[in-house]
Design a protein. Structure first.
Length: 303
């Protein structure tokens, strides 16, 4: 019998599901402990986090922890695979736009204007094992990848340690590992309460991720801004797509594809189709589009 544990985390909802109810009490602290280590390594909103206290030497390099090296490696891989659409050097740009604290703490600024700060570019950052080369002035933000990687790592940890099937959901990032329940993992895909919903069954060991321009928003002057930055403009990506949901073998792969599709805008659907990943896209008008074998669902207006 499956069992679940729910809690709030990183301004979103988290959920852990295991296929053996007797394993839940042991699985919960495993997941919470790993997530604590992720936050300590990579949070842009914790003054004591490792990523905010990097101190490169005279040669511009610094030795990072194994956890941060793992997260940085995945972030740089996301940048490479997406041709730079998902870029970990957008930290300064996000802060300049007003996203400089937990989204729950950002106050809408009617008299404030968003500031554009150029994105240095991911190619200026290098990682060799645990040795990070970080030029002066480059601010890292792993928000576009770390949550998905954390979901993958948590699911794998529970499955390997306890020998059970597991699903870990961190907001829109969902990873599974081990055997699935009969009929697969049942996932409800809906970005906002106003959206039409669809349900999909994930097979064992697969993942799904949703990126959205409707969530994590704030106001600056007469603008509504969102958290997905286009590195080419240093501004929030044009919301051609209200949400993009992608299925893949890992949550990291699904998330980088969904995020890149939003950044790429009008060319995003063609790019995503070329990746061969099943996807569901909702455009700014609420019309649903499908790519590469997304399970049967009528296309049309989502809201």
């Amino acid at each position: 019998m499956v069992a679940a544990h729910d809690w709030d985390l990183w301004s979103t909802h988290a959920r852990l599901v295991v296929t053996d109810a007797g394993a839940l009490d042991t699985a919960v602290p495993l997941v919470l402990g790993l997530l604590d280590r992720v936050e300590a390594a990579a949070s842009r909103f914790r003054a004591d986090s490792e990523i905010l206290n990097l101190d490169p030497g005279a040669d511009g390099t610094v030795l990072v922890s194994p956890m941060l090296a793992d997260l940085l490696g995945e972030a740089l891989e996301a940048a490479r695979v997406t041709d730079g659409a998902v870029d970990p050097t957008v930290g300064g740009a996000l802060s300049a736009l007003g996203y400089d604290r937990d989204i729950r703490l950002i106050e809408d600024g009617a008299k404030l204007r968003a500031v554009v700060r150029p994105v240095p570019g991911w190619r200026r950052v290098r990682l060799d094992g645990r040795r990070l080369t970080l030029p002066a002035g480059v601010e890292l933000d792993l928000g576009a990848s770390a949550k998905a990687v954390a979901a993958d790592r948590c699911a794998a940890l529970v499955a390997e340690t306890l020998g059970v099937g597991v699903l870990v959901s961190l907001g829109g990032d969902i990873a599974t590992s081990g055997p699935a329940p009969e009929g697969g993992w049942q996932i409800l895909v809906r970005d906002t309460p106003d959206d039409a919903a669809t349900r999909v069954a994930l097979p064992a060991g697969s993942a799904i991720a949703t990126s959205s321009t409707s969530r994590r928003t704030w106001r600056r002057g007469d603008e509504t801004l969102h958290h997905i930055v286009d590195p080419r403009t240093s501004r929030p990506a044009d919301p051609v797509w209200r949400s993009v949901t992608v299925a893949a073998t890992t949550c990291a792969a699904a998330n980088r594809a969904s995020t890149a599709t939003i950044v790429k805008g009008r060319s995003g659907l063609a790019w995503l189709t070329g990746q061969g990943l099943p996807a569901r896209l909702v455009d700014r008008s609420g019309v649903v589009h499908h790519s590469d074998g997304w399970p049967g669902e009528p296309t049309g207006r989502a809201a």
